[in-house]
Design a protein around this ligand. Structure first.
Ligand code: NAD
Ligand code: UDP
Length: 324
């Protein structure tokens, strides 16, 4: 008789960049995984390799509508994350964060299941404190073109903490800083994928503004390890918890690094800075270090090499398909 009881885990947004890596890691940990996604900003190819795994199921569903299923844990990642995607249908973006949170929290309440929320460093807006600690309340424009995402995520955090206070629900809220790696969408406009695709095809690298704005880039495997560690901590540790790599680079430094690693002939072109583009961003990860015994292990150079090799392969496959 098999006495091993398998944990059933729901991952919303499970076909996305972060979600597909998380599903993969949870399967490796022996969980039974249900990936829920409406494929708004991802391709099924991200989870194609998991479809033959008997412990993996996919449900096409929009989190803005309720769903009744039985699981032990929920990771709520559903939401387009790149400015190009979340600005395509801003009303739907807010609904995804807010109605999606209400539906998933309702599900967790009925099941008495622990629930994880993928929040974002965008809750700090264009931060006036540097680096950003979890105690900082942020500097967010409530009516700009990024607000559907930033305010949607802020409201979702409010809902998570109210369900925790009002219904004693076990919550885990993380604020994710810029993350990169294989399976990023090649056309979603995020800086790492844009620069790598441009450099691999020797096209101009598009620097928005003068390139002095900064970001801190975390490799995907470091991030998903922290998700799973955090989910296993005692209920009293709710977050919000910053997760990211605290090593900060300017966008110009990132461009130069990618050109050098690829040996690209791309030149730099300067374009207009998008509205409300934060000038600096670096997480203070003291809380994650102390409570999860976690620090990112993969340097930017190492992570970029893996990501470049993914896109190199991806682009040559796409061009072969186009030539067929
Ligand atoms: P992604 O766009 O690759 O993945 C999001 C997934 O959610 C996609 O598969 C998409 O189809 C799905 N989705 C969108 N709306 C949905 C809906 N209404 N119902 C069901 N599924 C829906 O983005 P990602 O980078 O993997 O981000 C995942 C989560 O992490 C998001 O919640 C995002 O806000 C958060 N996050 C990501 C980063 C990052 O650097 N990648 C940083 C901060 C926060
Ligand atoms: N960026 C850029 N060129 C690009 C894409 C982005 O200079 O082709 C800049 C963008 O203006 C921002 C930074 O890179 O300052 C990070 O952008 P991304 O969209 O990846 O993430 P976010 O702004 O959400 O942190």
């Amino acid at each position: 008789m098999n006495l091993h009881i398998q944990k059933r885990v729901l991952v919303t947004g499970g076909s996305g960049f972060l979600g597909s890596h998380l599903c993969e890691k949870l399967l490796l940990e022996g969980c039974s995984v249900i990936c829920l996604d409406n494929f708004f900003s991802s391709s099924k190819s991200n989870i194609h390799h998991l479809l033959t795994n008997p412990n993996f199921e996919v449900i096409r569903h929009d989190v803005t509508f309720p769903i009744y299923i039985e699981v032990d844990e929920i990771y709520n990642l559903a939401c387009p994350a790149s400015p190009i995607h979340y600005q395509l249908d801003p009303v739907q973006t807010t609904k995804t964060s807010v109605h999606g949170a209400i539906n998933m929290l309702g599900l967790a309440k009925r099941l008495k299941a622990r629930i994880f929320q993928a929040s974002t460093s965008e809750v700090y807006g264009d931060p006036l404190c540097h680096p950003q600690k979890e105690t900082y309340w942020g500097n967010v424009n409530p009516i700009g073109s990024r607000s559907c995402y930033d305010e949607g995520k802020r409201c979702a955090e409010t809902l998570f903490f109210d369900y925790n206070r009002q219904h004693n629900l076990s919550i885990k809220v993380v604020r994710i800083f810029n993350t990169y790696g294989p399976r990023m969408h090649p056309n979603d406009g995020r800086v790492v994928s844009n620069f790598i695709v441009q450099a691999l095809s020797n096209k101009p690298i598009t620097i928005y503004g003068d390139g002095t704005q900064s970001r801190s880039f975390c490799y995907i495997d470091d991030l998903t390890s922290a998700f799973i560690k955090f989910m296993a901590t005692p209920a009293k540790l709710t977050g919000p918890m910053n997760l990211g790599n605290p090593v900060e680079f300017t966008i110009m430094e990132l461009a130069e690094k990618i050109i050098k690693l690829i040996g690209s002939k791309s030149e730099l072109v300067f374009e207009q800075l998008p509205q409300d583009d934060p000038t600096q961003r670096r997480p203070d990860i003291s809380l994650a270090k102390k409570s999860l015994d976690w620090v990112p292990a993969i340097s930017l150079d190492e992570g970029l090499e893996k990501t470049i090799s993914y896109f190199d392969h991806f682009l040559s496959e796409s061009s072969e398909l186009n030539n067929d």
